[in-house]
Design a protein around this ligand. Structure first.
Ligand code: PMP
Length: 405
C-alpha cells in the first residue's frame, strides 16, 4: 500500500465535503479576553466560540494561584498519582470538588475526556454483567469508554424517558445497570430531565452517571451544575466534570462515594498509568472553583449576555436552536457555507467562530456554536449580529427559527 497516497486521498475527501478542520492560531491576551491575537487572520480577533465560558482562564485569582504554585513547586507533578505525582495541590482540589458536588470524594484525571473514558470503561468492565444505558447524543469520550469496557450497551433515544424506561424494563431485575447521560448537551444546548431519569434509576435499581462538563461553574448557587440547581446531586451515583471550560484551566474529574472513587482509582488504567496534572494547574482550578462557589456575579452576567445575543438574533430572524442553556447554535445547514461564513467572519470582521460540521453534528445541521461570555460587551454583540446578518444575505440563507430538538 502507498500509505502517503492513502492519507492524502482521505484528507482530500474531507476537504471536498467541507469537513476538513483548520485551526486558527490564537494567542489569548492577558486580561483582554475575549480578544485574542491571531496569527493567520487579522492581528486581533474577538472569540465567540470559547468554552472558557466565564473568562476564568484570565481571572486574577486563578493566575495568582498558578504563579505562586509554579514558583514554589516547579513545573510538573513528576510522576503518576501513584508514583510520586500526588501533591498537596491535588488533594486540596479533590476535596474542593467533593464539596462542590456534595459527595464523599472526587478523583482527578488529566482531562474531562479521560475522566469519562476511564471511569465508564472501568465501571462497566469491572461490575460483572453490567449493562450500560447510554443517551444517543452522549459525548465521544463516554461512547469510547463504554465501547472499551465491552459491556453490553443499549442506546436510548435522546432525552426520551419512555424509551429509557422501555429499555430498563426489558432487562432482568438482577442485572447491574448504569445510565449514562449529560446535563447540558454541548451541541444543541438542551438539558436532560435529570430528576425523572433518577426516578427511573431508583425504580429499576440502576446507577446514574451524569456528565456536567458544560454546566459546572455555570449553574447552581455554588456552580455545582444543573444537578445542584435542581437539588439532585445526592440522587446521582457519579457526577463528572471538567476543569477546562467554566473553570478556565484543564483537567477532569468524577465526584462520587468514597468507595466508588477508590474503586476507579484502583482499577482505571486511564488514572493509574499517566502523569498527574501539574500542581500549578490544580491550584489554578482550585482558585477558580473557590471563586465561583462564593461569587454568583459571573453566572448572572453570563446569562444576561446570552439573552442579549439570543434577542438580537431573533430581531433579525436568524435561525438558532432554542434551548434553556448558554449555548447558542446558529444553524447554517450546509458544511461549505458554514465554513465560508466562519472564514469571512474571521478575515473580514475579526470575529472568530469555528464552524461545527459533520461528524460533530449530523449532516444538514452544520452550525456556528456561539458561546457568549460575561466579558463580551454590548458593542461586541452588535458587531457579531450585524456581521452575521450581512453573511446570511450574502449566502442566501433562510431566516426561520429552528425548534429545539
Ligand atoms: N464531555 C462533554 C460533553 C464534552 O463536550 C467534552 C469536551 N468538549 C468532554 C466531556 C471532554 O472534556 P475535556 O475538554 O475536559 O477533555
Amino acid at each position: 500500500m502507498n500509505y502517503e497516497k492513502f492519507f492524502n486521498e482521505q484528507l482530500l475527501a474531507l476537504k471536498d465535503d467541507g469537513n476538513y478542520r483548520e485551526f486558527s492560531e490564537l494567542e489569548r491576551l492577558r486580561g483582554r479576553f475575549p480578544s485574542a491575537k491571531c496569527y493567520n487572520g487579522p492581528s486581533e480577533v474577538t472569540i465567540w466560540c470559547s468554552n472558557d465560558y466565564l473568562g476564568m482562564g484570565q481571572h486574577p485569582s486563578v493566575l495568582q494561584a498558578m504563579h505562586e504554585t509554579l514558583d514554589s513547586t516547579g513545573a510538573g507533578a513528576g510522576g503518576t498519582r501513584n508514583i510520586s505525582g500526588t501533591t498537596h495541590a491535588h488533594s486540596i482540589l479533590e476535596a474542593e470538588l467533593a464539596d462542590l458536588h456534595g459527595k464523599e470524594n472526587a478523583l482527578l484525571f488529566t482531562s474531562g475526556y479521560v475522566s469519562n473514558w476511564a471511569a465508564l470503561s472501568t465501571l462497566a468492565a469491572k461490575i460483572p454483567d453490567c449493562v450500560v444505558l447510554t443517551d444517543q447524543l452522549n459525548h465521544a469520550s463516554m461512547i469510547e469508554g463504554i465501547r472499551h469496557s465491552r459491556a453490553t450497551k443499549i442506546i436510548w433515544k435522546h432525552n426520551d424517558l419512555d424509551d429509557l424506561e422501555t429499555k430498563l424494563a426489558s432487562l432482568p431485575s438482577s442485572v447491574p445497570k448504569l445510565i449514562a447521560f449529560e446535563s447540558v448537551y454541548s451541541m444543541d444546548g438542551d438539558i436532560a430531565p435529570i430528576a425523572e431519569i433518577c426516578d427511573l434509576a431508583d425504580k429499576y435499581n440502576a446507577m446514574t452517571y451524569l456528565d456536567e462538563v458544560h454546566a459546572v461553574g455555570l449553574y447552581g448557587p455554588r456552580g455545582g451544575g444543573i444537578a445542584e440547581r435542581e437539588g439532585l446531586m445526592n440522587r446521582l451515583t457519579v457526577i463528572e466534570g471538567t476543569l477546562g471550560k467554566a473553570f478556565g484551566v484543564m483537567g477532569g474529574y468524577i465526584a462520587a462515594s468514597a468507595a466508588l472513587c477508590d474503586f476507579v482509582r484502583s482499577f482505571a488504567s486511564g488514572f493509574i498509568f499517566t502523569t498527574a496534572l501539574p500542581p500549578a494547574v490544580a491550584a489554578g482550578a482550585t482558585a477558580a472553583i473557590q471563586h465561583l462557589k462564593a461569587s454568583a456575579l459571573e453566572r448572572s452576567e453570563h446569562q444576561v449576555r446570552v439573552k442579549q445575543v439570543r434577542d438580537a438574533l431573533d430581531t433579525i430572524g436568524l435561525p438558532h436552536i432554542s434551548n434553556p442553556s448558554h449555548i447558542i447554535p446558529v444553524v447554517v445547514g450546509n458544511p461549505v457555507k458554514c465554513k465560508y461564513i466562519s472564514d469571512v467572519l474571521l478575515k473580514e470582521y475579526g470575529i472568530y467562530i469555528q464552524p461545527i460540521n459533520y461528524p460533530t453534528v449530523p449532516k444538514g445541521t452544520e452550525r456556528l456554536r456561539i458561546t457568549p461570555s460575561p466579558l463580551h460587551t454590548a458593542d461586541d454583540v452588535e458587531r457579531l449580529v450585524s456581521a452575521l446578518e450581512d453573511l446570511w444575505m450574502q449566502c442566501d440563507l433562510m431566516r426561520t427559527s429552528v425548534a429545539a430538538q
